[in-house]
Write a protein that binds this ligand. Structure first.
Ligand code: UGA
Length: 446
């Protein structure tokens, strides 16, 4: 035995697996429970059902410390600290769907010793109080409760776990707080100890604030386009102010993912349900929805009607280094283009092709996606797209128009390579013939 507490993890999704693998790597025995038997079988065979850089290696390295089960009693019998890492997706009303959380509480059997239920899932403020009452009502007073929200970002989740900016621990009882803090003693980060409701709010407010920054810089970008300023330079100039900081000031075609859209809406809804109208968050959501659609205007400016035009969508996932398509901008943009009657040719190195963008043609390479295209739109800033403005791409396209939704490319280089270039937050090009090609053959081929 390692002498360390045994960690139980409910939910073998992205948060659960990253949490489980990272704690195992810190030397804790970990038991993971999921209700999907197939997923558990895969994990037992050493297969990793989701993509997150470094996760497969971490799971492999810690196999002897980890076990997987569908049986809640296995976790209840073995684990001392039980992390809840189940999904809390949005409902139609914008509230968080907590049914998976309640299912965990309902299934918990009486435990023989004091254990702690630790909430990693993002939940509305007040959830901890409700869980506490439910546990008490079921006579499970020996189970403590702690809120320990996750701040992992997809693509960097393992590093975020190992090198966090802070660890937030909200508790009802000092002894539970101490035990959870002790789990993080090998992690070099400040621990913020607070009450449960405040811990729950730190998570929601952090995501809402980051989303607000993005919508803010996107609106600045839109104003830059009509006033002649350059949002990249503006963001740099703003970010050097220590009170503002440089992060999350990248203008683009809107935020997506499983967290920001859901959490912004959940916080707005939570405030509304409590009698407060959170106006700012309504604007953050509106700006984001409009931002996803602005590319259509940039395309019609150069192409006129999009009916029968062929548009390459380059990048589908909500950000690079993930296969996650949840709330991805590409879904809204692609659907709009299809609705305009355009032919959509899509490329992405990681996204699963099924169930998204019905009517689009999925391509195996960037070159295939731009073949015969009237425009290529960069939706996700995959590294592979940095070399897009090259000769073979220009020759493959019917019309050499690049709309760069992530300001990934160098404007001068792209123009010198013979493309018409539109990006975000800088005055666009006049409607004109493609610029003169200075020396396209000197462009690096990738
Ligand atoms: C986000 C937070 O960054 C994590 O701290 C948090 O733990 C996580 O949500 C969660 O609640 O689980 P994530 O959704 O993985 O993580 O991705 P981010 O890297 O934050 O990006 C979110 C979206 O914002 C992406 O669509 C990205 O393209 C966009 N974004 C980000 C911008 O448009 N501009 C920026 O400057 C930054």
């Amino acid at each position: 035995m390692s002498g360390k507490e045994t960690i139980g993890v409910f939910g073998a999704g992205w948060v659960g697996l990253v949490t489980a693998a990272c704690f195992a790597d810190l030397g804790f025995p970990v038991i993971v429970r999921d209700i999907v038997a197939e997923r558990i079988a895969e994990l037992e065979r050493g297969e990793v059902p989701i993509y997150e850089p470094g996760l497969a290696e971490l799971l492999e390295r810690n196999r002897e410390r980890m076990s997987f089960t569908v049986d809640v009693t296995d976790v209840a019998n073995e684990a001392d600290v039980l992390f809840v890492c189940v999904g809390t997706p949005p409902t139609y009303s914008g509230d968080a769907d907590l049914s998976a959380v309640w299912a965990v509480i309902d299934e918990l059997p009486p435990l023989k010793r004091r254990a702690i239920l630790v909430m990693k899932s993002t939940v509305p403020v007040g959830t901890g109080e409700k869980v506490r009452s439910l546990l008490n009502a079921r006579g499970l007073t020996q189970i403590g409760y702690v809120s320990n929200p996750e701040f992992l970002a997809e693509g960097t989740a393992i590093d975020d776990f190992v090198n966090p900016d802070r660890v937030v621990v909200g508790s009802f009882a000092k002894e539970d707080e101490e035990r959870v803090c002790a789990l993080y003693e090998q992690i070099d980060a400040p621990i913020v100890r607070l009450d449960v409701a405040s811990a729950e709010m730190v998570k929601l407010a952090s995501n809402a604030f980051l989303a607000t920054r993005i919508s803010f810089i996107n609106e600045i970008a839109n104003v830059c386009e009509v006033t002649g300023a350059d949002v990249e330079q503006v963001a740099k100039g703003m970010g050097l102010d220590r009170r503002i900081g440089p992060h999350f000031l990248r203008a683009g075609i809107g935020f997506g993912g499983s967290c920001f859209p859901k959490d912004v809406s959940a916080l707005k809804q939570l405030a509304g349900n409590s009698g407060y109208h959170f106006q700012l968050l309504s604007a953050v959501i509106d700006v984001n929805e409009l931002q996803k659609r602005r590319v259509v205007g940039k395309l019609t400016k150069h192409l006129g009607s999009l009916a029968e035009k062929t548009i390459a969508i380059l990048g589908l996932t909500f950000k690079p280094n993930t296969d996650d398509m949840r709330e991805a901008t590409s879904i809204v943009l692609g659907s709009r283009l299809l609705a305009e009657g355009a032919n959509v040719q899509a490329w992405d190195p990681m996204a699963h092709r099924d169930s998204y963008l019905h009517g689009a043609r999925f391509c195996d390479s960037v070159l295939e996606a731009v073949q015969g295209a009237d425009a290529a739109v960069i939706v996700t800033e995959w590294e592979e797209l940095r070399g897009l403005a090259r000769d073979e791409v220009r020759k493959a396209m019917r019309n050499p128009l690049i709309v760069d939704g992530r300001n990934l490319l160098d404007r001068e280089q792209v123009r010198a390579a013979g493309f018409v270039y539109e990006c975000i937050g800088r005055p666009g090009e006049a409607i004109s013939e493609p610029p003169e090609v200075e020396n396209p053959d000197s462009e690096p081929a990738r």
